[in-house]
Design a protein around this ligand. Structure first.
Ligand SMILES: *[C@@H]1O[C@H](CO)[C@@H](O)[C@H](O)[C@H]1NC(C)=O
Length: 339
């Protein structure tokens, strides 16, 4: 049965939120299926993003159109990559971990134990950088940076596919190979206390994200939905189907809220060929964008906003696309209006 929220989500070919894109001419080879696919990141400026290419992690400068290599000739093909607090980290199938400080040559390598490092996130706890590693061994391993000392290991009842720390640093959301969504409080002393389990849809969940003010979070599900909650309620605020739902290729993979400014959008990628942008105030307008050529599906390696929310990067099999967010019309967008 379709919920009212499901019904409200309208689809549009009109360029509601993004209107323009550039092909960035980087040619690389990304071998699929490389797990859950959040392998594009843009931490500092819209002029530079990072992406995984075989056993390397590259940076690409969109101004000078040059590629640099930040992690070179790793002994593994990263299944996960993240940036934060001035660091970049890559993780592998056999629990490999490589961390580098972006501004220096400092780097460290380790094997953290367990199996696949499905996803990682770097956040600050007080003034200390922390790296959280989601592993198939049903744990989130928490390390301090740069010491790479293990602070704790959080046990979950399922393989962990992704976790996300709220921008205020006080909450943690985690998802995995079940339809449950786990919420934690980050307590005094920096310990993690599970406070809630919510239900997404029927299938596993691939990723999760917080909005800018840390009071809304969203989850991308394998059965092709973006589910959104407000922390003040266990009822979903929205349950949005992907463009290709209920097909397997409509699985929702990576999900991100716009990180800054007055732009308030939710972005989520599908297994192949489509990304969706939704008005994160009303959830009643959706722009589904085909990022692959017609009649030729393409895997999506990840999606990322620039820190100013003005660009969106979409990783494909051999290139990365940059979309311009239509910030002018977003700012003059009266709440709840239909364009
Ligand atoms: C985040 O979500 C909350 C709860 O729905 C909302 O009140 C707030 O305006 C959102 N913040 C931003 C910056 O989008």
């Amino acid at each position: 049965m379709r919920s009212p929220i499901f019904e409200q989500a309208t689809d549009s070919d009109l360029p509601l939120f993004v209107f323009y894109f550039f092909f960035l001419f980087i040619f690389f080879f990304f071998s699929f299926d490389r797990q859950l696919r959040d392998l594009v990141s843009c931490p500092n400026t819209r002029k530079e993003f990072y992406f995984v290419n075989q056993n390397n992690v590259h940076g690409y400068n969109t101004d000078t159109q040059t590629t640099t290599t930040v992690l070179k000739d790793l002994t593994y093909s990263p299944t996960s990559m993240t940036t934060g607090e001035g660091y970049i980290a890559a993780g592998g199938q056999r629990s490999q971990l490589t961390v580098r400080q972006l501004a220096t040559n400092w780097f460290a390598q380790a094997t953290v134990g367990g199996s696949i490092n499905n996803a990682m996130t770097i956040s600050a706890y007080h003034n200390q950088a922390r790296l959280l590693i989601c592993n198939n061994d049903e744990t989130i391993k928490v390390y301090s940076l740069p010491s790479l000392q293990r602070i704790t290991s959080i046990s979950l009842p399922t393989a962990v596919n992704y976790c996300s720390v709220s921008p205020d640093g006080r909450k943690l959301c985690a998802v995995g190979d079940s339809n449950q969504v786990f919420l934690y409080d980050v307590g005094p002393g920096g310990s993690y206390q599970r406070v809630q389990s919510l239900t997404a849809v029927s299938d596993a969940c691939f990723s999760c994200a917080w909005n800018q003010s840390s009071d809304k979070f969203a989850v991308a599900t394998q059965d092709g939905f973006a589910c959104v909650w407000d922390i003040r309620s266990t009822e979903k605020v929205a349950k949005l189907p992907t463009k290709q739902n209920p097909q397997v290729k409509g699985a929702a993979r990576s999900i991100k809220f716009s990180p800054s400014g007055s732009i308030d959008l939710l972005l989520f990628s599908e297994h192949v060929s489509y990304v969706n942008l939704v008005d994160a105030r009303t959830f009643n307008e959706c722009q589904s964008i085909r990022v692959a050529p017609p009649h030729c599906d393409q895997h999506i390696s990840g999606v990322s906003y620039s820190p100013d929310s003005k660009s969106i990067f979409v990783g494909l099999e051999t290139t990365v696309l940059e979309y311009d967010v239509d910030t002018m019309s977003r700012r003059s967008f009266p709440e709840g209006s239909i364009i």
